[in-house]
Design a protein around this ligand. Structure first.
Ligand code: ADP
Ligand code: 5GP
Length: 204
């Protein structure tokens, strides 16, 4: 049987885009439809928002613990995003990929570009807003950030959007269901790429 001969290597999917564009919302909707993808949980020095759970949304640590993790080379990438530090634990990602499982990272653009340097075989996906006015509405509607923080996030978004040229795919998050369908389609297509297959025995 062919399915005994053909296995697949794990694929790293990296999703980023400006704050408030809907990355977290898309990720949750994707996971509800596609269970067979491992989501990396980042470490952050940010304080939890209402409803956020340690080890669920993030691992929440203080600056000292974050610095220890940096010193001990525990991050695949890390960056200061606005006023807080965020990092992707390396061990989890590398172990899952080695096991042939796909991994999804939802990280900022600085982090995504660091990962691209280290693991250029990853698949880099950028989420775009339909327009800047809508991005402002979404940041405000989330109701979790101060006006100062919203202003800072909007000021960064023009430069961030220009970084789309470093990515493999762009998805405009206008209608949520459409955006999620496009992300699913990208994942499905990448899983079918011959370069991602291990052809273990003579399949002819
Ligand atoms: P990010 O993770 O990129 O910072 P969020 O997922 O927190 O963004 O989304 C920011 C806000 O925008 C949330 O209130 C969310 O419900 C809303 N949102 C996300 N996608 C859409 C969409 N396609 N249409 C309208 N609102 C959306
Ligand atoms: P928030 O504080 O709104 O949850 O996230 C702020 C930003 O940090 C978002 O753009 C999010 O994608 C990014 N982020 C979350 N985790 C990581 C991470 O591990 N590394 C990097 N570089 N950015 C992250």
């Amino acid at each position: 049987m062919l399915d005994n001969c053909v296995t697949r290597r794990g694929i790293l999917f990296v999703v980023s885009g400006p704050s408030g564009v809907g990355k977290g919302t898309i990720r949750s909707a994707l996971l509800a439809k596609m269970g067979d993808i491992q989501v990396s949980i980042s470490v952050t020095t940010r304080k939890p928002r209402t409803g956020e759970v340690d080890g669920g949304h993030y691992f929440f640590v203080d600056e000292k613990e974050f610095e220890r993790m940096v010193a001990e080379d525990e991050f695949l990438e890390y960056a200061r995003v606005y006023t807080n530090m965020y990092g992707t634990p390396k061990k989890f990602v590398l172990e899952k990929l080695q096991e042939g499982q796909d991994v999804l990272l939802e990280i900022d653009i600085q982090g995504a570009l660091q990962v691209k340097n280290k693991m250029p075989e990853g698949v880099f996906i950028f989420i775009l807003p339909p327009n800047i006015e809508e991005l402002a509405v979404r940041l405000a509607s989330r109701g979790q950030d101060s006006q100062e923080s919203i202003t800072r996030r909007l000021a960064a978004c023009k430069y961030e959007i220009e970084q789309v040229r470093h990515y493999d795919y762009a998805i405009i998050n206008d209608r949520l269901e459409e955006a999620v369908k496009k992300l699913q389609a990208i994942i499905t297509a990448e899983r079918c790429r011959v370069k991602n297959l291990n052809l273990g025995c003579d399949i002819t």
